[in-house]
Design a protein around this ligand. Structure first.
Ligand SMILES: Cc1cc2nc3c(=O)[nH]c(=O)nc-3n(C[C@H](O)[C@H](O)[C@H](O)COP(=O)(O)O)c2cc1C
Length: 298
């Protein structure tokens, strides 16, 4: 059975959201990216890194020495991952994230440093390239530098989400390296998962944006691969899912009303009357009021 991964999602993948996805069929979850310098300046801020699931801790940075120090300190996870895909200016302007793909020497040094100093296996999440598709060359560097797994977001740095993810390129990577390859980009339904898996023959599928609004997607895909059945979910199923999330949020997070409301708004996307629910959520002052809105929808 193919492994399903919750993608790293900055400002979204809090512990309670990762657990929600786990409870709904994700095999392995990524943390959001963690800046190496922020981690080293204050490792105590990252005490939440725990073995809550098969979990992959993702780091972003530009300096092999920072990565060395981070991987020596980080414990309680299954992989430590290098972010070489983030396109945001904040990161690329200092050579981090996707900008590592325009300096493949530094990219290789970082991976080697992580592999050398970590007791935990190293994985790398890449895009297909910086200005052009150089994905085979990049994937071979990842493998020869000693990483144990590679996840591929099928776009180059300059592509935004309006350019379809290039699964053909991911298929070529899979044929050219021996380490496990995880396919990522535009997998937003059971049928897309089937199509992507059949084409790329990858070892795992990674889901980002669809999971934010529909964590059922993991179980839906698993069920389909096992039985051929396409599951559907009633409004009550969705309300129960949201109430479960609120419970997890209350238990595991430092309560932040705006963050909880955001998650609830994303999770009720596609609901009948979603606009008025969003409006009402906007007025809620605490978790009790948020819960009441959803309980009244049954
Ligand atoms: C809100 C948001 C936050 C993201 N944060 C990260 C991140 O922290 N690290 C990373 O490697 N990719 C990040 N990504 C990219 C996703 O992990 C994923 O590669 C991309 O969304 C394509 O997958 P999808 O089509 O399933 O969404 C983020 C994407 C979104 C939409």
């Amino acid at each position: 059975m193919v492994e399903l991964y919750l993608a790293p999602l900055h400002e979204i993948n809090c512990l309670s959201f990762r657990l929600l996805c786990k409870n709904n069929g994700a095999n392995t979850v990524y943390t959001p990216m963690i800046n190496t310098k922020s981690y080293l300046n204050n490792p105590n801020n990252y005490k939440w890194i725990k073995k809550e699931a098969p979990v992959i801790v993702q780091l972003i940075g530009n300096n092999p020495l920072d990565f060395k120090e981070c991987v020596k300190k980080i414990k309680n996870c299954d992989f430590i991952d290098l972010n070489s895909g983030c396109p945001s200016m904040d990161n690329t302007k200092n050579g981090s994230g996707a900008a590592l793909l325009r300096d493949l020497n530094n990219f290789e040094k970082i991976i080697k440093s992580m592999v050398k100093y970590s007791n935990i296996p190293i994985s790398v999440k890449i895009r297909l390239g910086w200005k052009k598709d150089e994905s085979i060359k990049i994937a071979k560097i990842v493998e020869s530098a000693g990483a144990s797994q590679i996840a591929v977001h099928g776009r180059i740095f300059g592509n935004n989400y309006s350019t379809p993810a290039n699964w053909q390129a991911i298929k070529k990577i899979k044929k050219n390296v021996k380490i496990p390859v995880i396919a990522n980009g535009d997998i937003n339904s059971t049928l897309k998962a089937k199509e992507c898996l059949e084409l790329t023959e990858c070892d795992g599928l990674m889901i980002g944006r669809e999971a934010i609004k529909n964590p059922f997607v993991f179980n839906d895909i698993k069920t389909y691969f096992k039985t051929g059945e396409i599951l559907t979910h009633s409004k009550n199923d969705k309300i129960n899912l949201i109430l479960n999330f609120i419970k997890l949020y209350k238990k595991y997070e430092n309560y932040n009303n705006a963050e909880l409301k955001n998650h609830c708004i994303w999770l009720c996307k596609g609901f009948e009357g979603a606009a008025s629910i969003r409006n009402n959520l906007g007025k809620c002052k605490d978790e009790k009021e948020i819960k009441k809105i959803f309980k009244e929808l049954f």
